[in-house]
Design a protein around this ligand. Structure first.
Ligand code: SF4
Ligand code: SF4
Length: 241
C-alpha cells in the first residue's frame, strides 16, 4: 500500500485560493485505509470547504475502489462528468498516483482542470490495522530471498547490502536510530532461525539502480473485472457482510 498523510489544512486551503467550485474526489484504496481520502474523510473535508465558502461536489469512492485503477476511477469520472466540467479545480484526496490517473482520464476526455493534492504519499508501507511501516523502496530488483525476507535497502538507513556498518549497538540497535533494530542484526537472527545462515557470507553485488529509473511503465493483460469481482463478492458473502 501507499503510506500517506493528509496535508495540513492551511496548505490545502492555500492551494484552493481563488477557486470557488471544487470537485472533491477520494480513493477507496490506500487512502481509505490510511484515513486520508475515504468516504468519511471526503465528507469531513466537504464540510470544511463549504464552511470556507466553496461550492463542493463530492466524488467519494467506496472501499476497494482504487482511484489509481483506471477502469474503476473512470466509472466515477463518467458519472460526475458534468461536475468536473463545471468545476474550477479538483481537490484529490489520494496519493499522487491516484491524482494523476484521474487527471489523465479527464485530460483524455478534453476536460482540462487544475488538480491539487490533499495528501502526501509516504512510500510503500504494509501492516495494519493500526500500524504501518515502510517496507519496500520498489527498487526493481528484489533481493530479500538472500536476506531472510527482510529488506536491507529499506530497513537499514544506509541501505547496506552486505552486513552491518560497524556501528550496530551492543543491544542490536541501529547506530543511526537507537529506537530501531539494526537491519543486519534482524537479518542475521532470522537467517539463523530459517537455517540459511550461510547466506550471510554471500556477497550481494552492487544494486542495479537502472531498474528504478522513473517513470517505469508496464504492459499487462487487462483484468476480467466480472470474474474477479464475483470472487470478491463470494468473500464478502462468506464474511456475512
Ligand atoms: S529489495 Fe527492493 S523490491 Fe525487495 S523489498 Fe527491498 S526495496 Fe523492495
Ligand atoms: S546499525 Fe545496522 S541498520 Fe543501522 S545503519 Fe548500521 S547497518 Fe544499517
Amino acid at each position: 500500500m501507499m503510506g500517506q498523510d493528509q496535508k495540513p489544512l492551511e496548505e490545502i486551503l492555500d492551494s484552493l485560493e481563488g477557486k470557488e467550485k471544487i470537485v472533491l474526489m477520494g480513493c477507496g484504496g490506500c487512502s481509505t485505509i490510511f484515513h486520508t481520502g475515504g468516504v468519511e474523510e471526503v465528507g469531513e473535508m466537504a464540510e470544511i470547504l463549504t464552511g470556507e465558502g466553496k461550492k463542493v461536489k463530492k466524488v467519494p469512492l467506496p472501499f476497494a475502489v482504487f482511484a489509481c485503477y483506471k477502469p474503476f476511477s473512470s466509472m466515477f469520472v463518467e458519472e460526475h462528468k458534468k461536475d468536473f466540467e463545471d468545476c474550477d479545480a479538483v481537490l484529490m484526496m489520494s496519493c499522487g498516483d491516484g491524482l494523476q490517473t484521474v487527471r489523465e482520464i479527464l485530460d483524455e476526455m478534453g476536460i482540462v482542470k487544475p488538480f491539487y493534492p490533499a495528501v502526501n504519499a509516504m512510500g510503500v508501507s504494509g501492516g495494519g490495522p493500526d500500524k504501518f511501516i515502510e517496507k519496500c523502496r520498489a527498487c526493481g530488483e528484489c533481493i530479500v530471498g538472500r536476506t531472510a525476507g527482510i529488506c536491507p535497502l529499506t530497513e537499514c538507513p544506509k541501505g547496506l547490502l552486505n552486513g552491518p556498518c560497524g556501528g550496530t549497538r551492543p543491544d542490536g540497535k541501529c547506530e543511526v536510530d537507537p529506537d530501531k533494530d539494526c537491519a543486519w542484526y534482524l537479518i542475521y537472527k532470522r537467517l539463523k532461525e530459517i537455517g540459511e545462515l550461510e547466506k550471510i557470507m554471500e556477497f550481494n553485488g552492487p544494486h542495479d539502480w537502472s531498474k528504478s529509473v522513473t517513470p517505469r511503465t508496464f504492459e499487462r493483460e487487462p483484468l476480467d473485472l466480472h470474474k474477479h469481482l464475483s470472487r470478491t463478492k463470494e468473500v464478502i458473502e462468506s464474511l456475512g457482510i
